[in-house]
Design a protein around this ligand. Structure first.
Ligand SMILES: [Zn+2]
Ligand SMILES: [Zn+2]
Length: 295
């Protein structure tokens, strides 16, 4: 319970700091006007808005995920570790992986997490779209969009990230390092920054533009760019889509009730996926017919 309290407190403090840092960076960046001719330019995609409806919606999800989803995930992890200590195979390669230098563990951990992100993210697009569509309902990307997640989506993500690293035998420091770098890059690629990396880097690391295409409403971009750190995983798996010098025309989930920020009810949005999936598995294409042709 003590570590749960510390974790929640840390999440609130770090979030407050990040609000200020990212808001400040947004103010410093060149504004979008007249900057569309070179989309590699490091510039602001849209003016940083504080306290509009999108911001309030994303702040709501952030708080729900800090106070509820994260706590549930931690309690489940505690339960799992207690269960594991009673004889389940756990920390399988701890002698080999856990003894690696910190930097190597972080790099290896990032690779492992991002491969699992590719699998999990593809799975939720295909089979749990009604939950994951909450994340895609953002009409503009901001660093807060990172945490605009249905609690079920957030809990599944936290559990898988932790369990995979733990079972493989990473040390506590290695796990913390890899998860922190993944989280920071995830915040960066969701922020209101337009930035593509020059070749070959754009095929190696996920840029803000690469993740912008993940949120695009254009058909060619649907179910692409699942990773959050290493672009080469998407490239090798055939899900890489980052056109040069181009940006998506619009972002959204294509589900009218979720995308309509003016009229939607967040409480209804939280409850809706359970009704949609009751007794059956709702595939991505069931909810969003426009995406059915894509793999
Ligand atoms: Zn997605
Ligand atoms: Zn995203």
């Amino acid at each position: 319970m003590e570590s749960l309290f510390i974790n929640t407190l840390m999440a609130i403090v770090s979030t407050a700091i990040l609000v200020l840092v990212f808001w400040r960076i947004g103010l410093l960046l060149p504004k979008p006007e007249g900057k569309t001719e070179n989309l590699r330019n490091f510039h602001c995609a849209h003016p940083p808005a504080l306290f509009n409806k999108e911001f309030k919606c994303e702040a709501f999800y952030l708080l729900i995920n800090i106070f509820i989803s994260q706590s549930v995930a931690i309690l489940l992890i505690f339960a799992l570790m207690k269960f594991g200590a009673d004889g389940l195979p756990y920390q399988v390669f701890d002698k080999q992986v856990g003894s690696l230098p910190f930097v190597l563990q972080v790099l290896l951990g990032l690779l492992v997490i991002d491969i699992s992100v590719w699998i999990r993210h593809g799975f939720v697009h295909k089979f749990l779209w009604s939950f994951h569509a909450v994340h895609h309902s953002a009409k503009e990307l901001t660093w807060l969009t990172t945490r605009r997640l249905h609690p079920v989506d957030q809990i599944v993500m936290s559990l898988i990230d932790f369990v995979i690293l733990y079972v493989l035998g990473f040390s506590a420091e290695g796990m913390a390092g890899a998860l922190a770098v993944k989280y920071l890059n995830n915040l960066f690629v969701h922020s209101n920054i337009v930035l593509d990396y020059p070749k070959p880097w754009k095929y190696i690391f996920v840029s803000p533009n690469m993740h912008r295409w993940h949120h695009a409403t254009e058909k060619e971009a649907h179910d692409k760019n699942f990773c959050v750190v290493f672009a080469f995983i998407d490239y090798f798996m055939g899900t890489y889509y980052v056109p040069d010098n181009a940006l998506p025309k619009a972002y959204g989930s294509d589900i009218a009730e979720l995308d309509d920020i003016e009229h939607k009810s967040i409480w209804k949005e939280l409850w809706q996926p359970f009704k949609a999936t009751r007794g059956t598995t709702v595939a991505h294409e069931t909810v969003k017919p426009g995406r059915s042709e894509l793999g």
